[in-house]
Write a protein that binds this ligand. Structure first.
Ligand SMILES: C[S@@+](CC[C@H](N)C(=O)[O-])C[C@H]1O[C@@H](n2cnc3c(N)ncnc32)[C@H](O)[C@@H]1O
Length: 277
């Protein structure tokens, strides 16, 4: 699958009609896609540049682009809730996911975050993903293969409980991302495998989870003081005098927590707070 250039067979493309409805198809020579406004021949798209308008046999007009990763993540089949794109962006930046990094992730869920991580670490990096449920692992494997055109060589997807994985099995890693119900149960494993200076990120949906994981990180005495935050993204409607924020937004997805691994035996200076008057 190509990510740019003229359309080729095998590309996953998105057709958008005048009512802004999206339809996704995979291009195949000789095939047709049938809309309620008639037929669109795949051969009328293959070989053309992106951003064209194609007419169906019933005079419907469809704008055609390749499926972006963000489109794929929001429309792909899923077994588990995915990390929202706005939060994936925070993870890549705040987690300092760099080309060539070795990243440990659990659980793989539907594979959404795996794809963002694989892109960020690049072909010289490595992603190890644990998933405890076989049905979820299959979603992750299929969704990633679907978008990336096969199973990436640098993706080590493992069926199993991260908590039962040893340091020998995992090796040492630069970054850890946990997206699961009880990340505080994994802290010994994270401590064992994360290199000094490595970034540990976790993503939790509720306040009790946030409190448990923050307290758990502090108790290990192996990390810097954890930082917690959430990201809020509000779209705007921009149309003359009607310009204003959109009425609806995904107000809450989850909280993010990050901390860095200290060298063993080092005690970080206590954060100083100003005395209350
Ligand atoms: C919310 S989903 C992850 C979604 C994923 N980050 C994505 O963007 O598609 C949480 C996943 O963690 C898995 N999980 C829970 N505990 C686990 C453990 N101890 N080891 C490995 N996977 C675990 C669950 O089965 C579930 O699929």
């Amino acid at each position: 699958m190509a990510y740019s250039g003229p359309f080729t067979a095998g590309d996953r493309v998105q057709l958008t009609d005048a009512k802004r409805r999206h339809f996704t198809i995979t291009l195949e020579e000789g095939k047709s896609f049938f809309t309620h406004k008639g037929e669109i021949k795949h051969d009328d798209i293959i070989g053309k540049d992106e951003g064209i308008v194609v007419k169906s046999s019933g005079a419907g007009e469809y704008l055609i682009f390749r499926h972006l990763l963000v489109d794929h993540v929001l429309s792909m089949p899923r077994g588990a809730a995915v990390i929202y794109p706005k939060d994936a962006a925070q993870i890549l930046v705040e987690g300092d996911i760099f080309p060539g990094a070795t990243v440990l992730e659990a659980g793989a869920g539907s594979g959404a975050m795996s794809m963002w991580l694989l892109r960020a670490v690049g072909e010289h990096g490595k992603l190890i993903s644990y998933e405890i449920r076989e049905d979820h692992l299959e979603y992750a494997r299929d969704n990633v293969a679907d978008y990336m055109g096969g199973h990436p060589d640098n993706w080590d997807l493992r069926l199993g409980d991260l908590n039962e994985a040893s340091r020998e099995e995992i090796g040492q890693v630069d970054r850890v991302l946990l997206d699961m119900l009880a990340p505080w149960e994994m802290l010994e494993t994270v401590k064992d495998v994360l290199l000094p200076g490595g970034v540990f990120l976790t993503y939790v949906a509720t306040v009790p989870q946030l409190m448990k994981v923050m307290e758990g990180i502090r108790e290990t005495k192996a990390f810097t003081e954890p930082k917690a935050w959430e990201s809020l993204v509000r779209e705007w409607k921009v149309e003359g005098l009607a310009t204003r924020p959109e009425h609806r937004m995904n107000a809450h997805t989850a909280f993010l927590i990050s901390a860095r691994r200290l060298t063993d035996g080092v005690v970080a200076p206590r954060p100083q707070r100003r005395a209350r008057r």
